[in-house]
Design a protein around this ligand. Sequence first.
Ligand SMILES: [Zn+2]
Length: 410
Amino acid sequence: MSFAALWESLLPLGRDAGTGGYRRFSWTPADAECRQWFFTTAAERALSAGADRNGNLWAWWDAAWTDPGAGPAKAVVTGSHLDSVPDGGAYDGPLGVVTAFAAIDLLRKSGKAPVRPLGVAAFCEEEGARFGVACLGSRLLAGAIEPARARALTDSGGVTFAEAMTAAGHDPAALGPEPGLVAGIGVYVELHIEQGRALADLHAAIGVAERIWPHGRWRLTFTGRADHAGTTRLGDRRDPMLAAAATILAARGAAARHGALATVGKLTVDPGAVNAISSSVTAWLDARAPDEARLHAVVEDVLAQARTVAVAHGVDCGHAQESVTPAVDFDAALRDRMVATLAAAGIRAPVLPTGAGHDAGVLAPQVPAGMLFVRNPTGVSHSPAEHAEPADCAAGVTALAAVLEDLACR
Ligand SMILES: [Zn+2]
């Protein structure tokens, strides 16, 4: 089956007819459709597939052992995720999973077979769009988050991860690290659409990841006093919206000063009435920087300014760190090997850093991990406008197949 046919088969699942964006949130009916697509796609290729105890999906092409005396060899795993941000694009995540299956098709077509197990993974709740912690499935797998904390995470409707998982037919009591599974992975390579314009500017279809910037999420809560919009004098107000607004602007300034990125992309406002001063506003700050010192500096800068503007507006300001992910330097030997493999296949692949987190980054401390990027002509991501050209997707399949052949077939 061609990449295009496989891509088309996944495209309609979880797409909102109004926005054209994707709403593939963990443990929802759209997520169940994506999981079924994964199992069907694996079955069509005679790959043995299943979900692990953390809801991550695996499909295995078992090795044709050339040396029965050599014992079990460590696996080569590739993949990405199928969940999306609200009204996300089609490519972020699914491109890596579809390309993985298409690369296996290409290897088979050219008569190649693995001499060690070759797996395709689709990790659960990578975006953190429903339960607030990014890469939740791979963090659980790797033991990078307490299972009890994961079980208690809630979505915007107050449903816990455990409840949502149970409703989808999975047992949340089983959540937790799988050291045996992780130890059996010799290398993990994730192909992903680039979430920036670096490759477009370099006129290259494929890139290789160098490092992931350290990044994190902070929740800021401004609490004031609900009051009547038409009768409360300006001087008498304790309006948390004003403090939140000033903090959002401060975040932009702080990011520019520190050479970092800081974004408030989500607010909840209570009670959320047009004719009422709000009682409280919660703002989520996403911050990323080239190194940990600058990440720490930009967040401290924003928090200090939030406290100052809160005092100025007579409101209380609290904050909580929801997640912090340290910088990840991908395995240098793997990176160099992939660049050389691609060069031998006639593919020029520049090495670039990224500000986006990925499951490959969560696994990197325990498993040699690397990433391939596919050019994004506009750089737009986490949006229905996210796009990759068909020729670049095809180059992605060729590149991943070359890398898998090198890692798993010889
Ligand atoms: Zn992604």
